[in-house]
Design a protein around this ligand. Structure first.
Ligand SMILES: [Zn+2]
Length: 324
């Protein structure tokens, strides 16, 4: 039963009456993390306490079963355990064990988290359902610590030239992780208004953040702070008198995409695995059956098959999810 995996508006394990990050409301579903493409008002959701805390009131499931990392839960005759996924605060992988078969669902996953030398742990599994957001070979990111260093140099140079550095980051998760990584260089921050509720939620969920204020763009001045704003719609930022923008995203590796945002600079710091990390995840799991979900599902599955691994794209049609 554990081997029976299908796509039904999200990953479905019919043998266990369990949906993994479904796109429609379900009776019982696992929510791997708090990004809005995953949060739905399920009747009951399985999630970590941090993920629940980060989902805004209006998108919360109606009921929930919270599980901390490493805690086991029985689901009929199967055992379910959640493990850190390194993608953002509270993000989790799900390991389901049944009849001696182990199935691992990664959710959105990051192996090399900046500022830590510890890799996200990938347990052994027979069946692996892996995200493939960056499942094409041109998505190879630099060392995250060196990239943070380069971002810090870029910000310092801008500030020294009396120009406001503006980092374009996804509001929830990326903004806070970039703030935490840059705080060690002594920067303080001004957040564009759309980043503000997310920063408050992150702090409330247990990750305290370095010194920040809300950007008062009307004054045309960010008071020597690094501004962080979401990539789309830079209206507030445009009111600053002198500024430079940098896109901080794995999509920086995609020239067309990077150009779309019209940023002055790009940094390939991502909260997802790059192509090589995805291959590493597959190898570490030792799985003999791999399913790919999200992003370049067909490309990545094809690449795995060429390496002799049994792999298929789970989604019927390939859809590119923009994960910044
Ligand atoms: Zn995500």
């Amino acid at each position: 039963m554990t081997r029976h995996v299908v796509w039904d508006h999200g990953v479905s394990l019919p043998g266990h009456r369990l949906f993994l990050d479904p796109l429609v409301v379900r009776n019982f579903a696992f929510i791997s993390h708090a990004h809005t493409d995953h949060a739905r008002r399920h009747r009951e959701a399985l999630l970590t306490p941090q993920t629940l805390a980060l989902i805004p009131e209006g998108r919360r499931p109606r009921g929930w079963r919270m599980l901390g990392y490493g805690e086991a839960m029985r689901r009929d005759s199967a055992t379910v355990t959640l493990l850190p996924a390194g993608h953002m605060l509270g993000s989790a992988q799900l390991l389901l064990e049944h009849d001696g078969i182990r199935l691992l669902y990664t959710g959105d996953l990051k192996l090399r988290v900046p500022g830590t030398r510890v890799l996200t742990e990938i347990p052994r599994a027979d069946v692996l359902i892996v995200e493939s957001t960056y499942g094409r070979p041109h998505f190879r990111f630099g060392d995250p610590d060196e990239t943070v260093e380069a971002i810090a140099r870029w910000c310092r140079f801008a500030l020294a030239s009396r120009v406001t550095p503006v980092l374009l980051c996804h509001a929830l998760g990326k903004t806070e992780e970039v703030m935490l990584a840059l705080a060690q260089y002594g920067f303080t921050f001004a957040l564009e208004k759309r980043c503000v509720p997310c920063a408050r939620a992150y702090a409330a969920a247990g990750r305290s953040l370095p010194d920040w204020i809300e950007l008062e763009a009307a004054s045309g001045d960010a008071h020597g702070r690094v501004v962080i704003a979401p990539p789309a719609g830079k209206d507030e930022v445009r009111r600053l008198s002198r500024y430079r923008t940098a896109l901080v995203s794995g999509w920086a590796k995609d020239t067309e995409f990077a150009r779309m945002f019209g940023a002055d600079a790009t940094f390939d710091l991502s909260d997802h695995c790059d192509f090589d990390e995805l291959l590493e995840v597959v190898a570490k799991s030792g799985a003999d059956q791999v399913y790919t979900v999200h992003g370049y599902t067909a490309d990545f599955a094809r690449h795995l098959r060429r390496k002799g691994i049994r792999a298929s794209a789970l989604e019927a049609t390939e859809q590119l999810q923009l994960a910044l």
